[in-house]
Design a protein around this ligand. Structure first.
Ligand code: FAD
Length: 405
């Protein structure tokens, strides 16, 4: 079995690595809320990388990519992870664009994909609502057809993004007389469309989200993405991309290397921290976790090239493992830093740029791309074949909970 990368893939890796090494200032942070200058910096770099096809090497040349495959896309993602790059259009590049490849019309692909791969446009994915998170099918936002227009009303919450979006991918109810998940449709329209308003929702770890309100937003049939009333299934397809990437393991690996270096250089009671057996054990466990995750995500990247073999084991398991690692490792890193672990970027006493404290906060936020429980339920049912809770037992539990209230 050939268990490695081709010469061409290694050349691409080096080319990308060198490009970012040249372009990234030493102390740059990926939290765009910090300043307008930082936002402009990331936007400019996104466009520069886009012009070279580096944002989407796996896409065809017609759509602005390099015409390579899923493995090369994984290589690019891994290099971005190493450098800690979070693109302003991360959602468009990682979720909406790949989704459009699967369910967009030829015209939509022609219209939208080149603008994503060139880094020019920013997309937000607007699925979650106050009453529709894990219960994705319970969408209350409605799109009603009036003449040749759709009129959209509703509200979306926790929508990722710290930049000004250009386009919104919105899930809305278009039919009421069918089962909930069979009456949803995806729409894509400009964030500037009359009737769209947005409120910022700052979250832990410098993470930025938004609440969107839609009041009589009017769009035409060209705004429909994929098939009418098939939106739920299209959204499920986007989870394949959202829950798997080669980014996380690369970033975790770099964090680990920095931590090892810190432990070599920092002394406690006259001894470098790295000599402490407990610390060595914790670092070794992190290294093993990261290697397992790296291999699992590469297996997923490889399987993406053979879509018919792709199953939830690939993307759900890697997504779950990545998040569980993130939580556990951030605690280990925080504990090794001791009291310094609480200091943020900006403090002159902060170690490792204050990123450990930020990562600890950030990894508390586990609900993106579906909660851990939701992912476990999918794995239990679709991979392990475990039965769902029988309806009767479910009813008894609900009744017991009601009584307790
Ligand atoms: C950092 C971050 C970024 C996000 N970005 C986006 C975005 O860009 N676009 C977007 O549309 N959404 C986004 N979301 C929203 C995210 O998809 C939802 O938060 C998620 O689907 C969970 O929904 P909820 O918050 O309503 O929680 P709920 O669904 O209300 O769940 C609350 C708790 O109950 C548990 N639970 C719910 N149902 C079950 C069940 N059947 N069995 C067992 N346990 C259950 C959940 O696991 C969870 O612990 C983001 C969220 C976060 C935190």
């Amino acid at each position: 079995m050939e268990f490695g990368f081709t010469e061409e893939q290694e050349t691409l890796r080096k080319e990308l690595y060198d490009f970012y090494a040249r372009e990234l200032p030493e102390d740059v942070t990926d939290v765009p809320a910090v300043s307008k200058e930082l936002q402009d910096f990331w936007m400019d770099l996104q466009k520069k990388a886009g012009r070279k096809g580096y944002l989407t090497p796996g896409w065809s040349k017609e759509t602005g990519g390099l015409g390579l495959g899923h493995m090369e896309a994984g290589v690019a993602n891994e290099v971005e992870g190493y450098w800690g790059i979070r693109w302003p259009n991360g959602v468009g590049l990682q979720v909406c664009g790949p989704g459009l490849h699967l369910f967009g019309t030829e015209e939509q692909k022609k219209n939208f994909l080149p603008e994503i791969s060139s880094g020019e446009k920013i997309w937000y994915e607007c699925f979650t609502e106050p009453e529709a998170g894990t219960d994705e099918a319970n969408q209350q936002t409605r799109a009603k057809k009036q003449g040749d227009k759709w009129i959209i009303n509703g509200q979306k919450i926790y929508i990722t993004g710290g930049y000004k979006p250009d386009l919104l991918l919105v899930e809305a109810r278009t039919a009421d007389t069918v089962p909930k998940h069979k009456g949803l449709t995806l729409f894509c329209f400009s964030a500037e469309t009359p009737g769209v308003t947005v409120a910022a929702l700052p979250c832990m770890g410098g993470y930025l989200a938004n609440i969107f309100y839609f009041d009589d937003v009017m769009v035409g049939d060209e705004a429909v993405i994929g098939q009418i009333n098939q939106g739920f299934y299209h959204v499920m397809e986007t989870f394949e991309f959202e829950r798997s990437n080669t980014y996380g393991a690369a970033r975790a690996r770099r964090d680990l290397h920095e931590m090892v270096q810190f432990c070599r250089e920092t002394k406690k009671n006259g001894e470098p921290l790295i000599k402490n057996p407990e610390i060595r054990k914790a670092l070794a466990k992190m290294a093993v976790d990261i290697e397992v995750l790296r291999l699992a995500t590469w297996r997923t990247a490889w399987r993406f090239g053979e879509r018919d073999r792709l199953g939830p084991l690939d993307f759900d398991l890697t997504g779950l493992f990545a998040r569980l690692n993130g939580i556990a490792h951030s605690v280990v890193r925080l504990n090794i830093l001791g009291v310094y672990g609480q200091l943020r970027r900006g403090s002159k006493y902060a170690k490792l740029s204050g990123d450990v404290e930020r990562d600890w906060q950030y990894t508390r936020s586990m609900h993106y791309a579906g909660t851990l429980e939701a992912v476990k339920i999918v794995l239990a049912g679709r991979v392990l074949g475990l039965p769902r809770i029988p309806a009767k037992l479910n009813k008894t539990i609900m009744e017991a909970l009601q009584e307790k209230k």
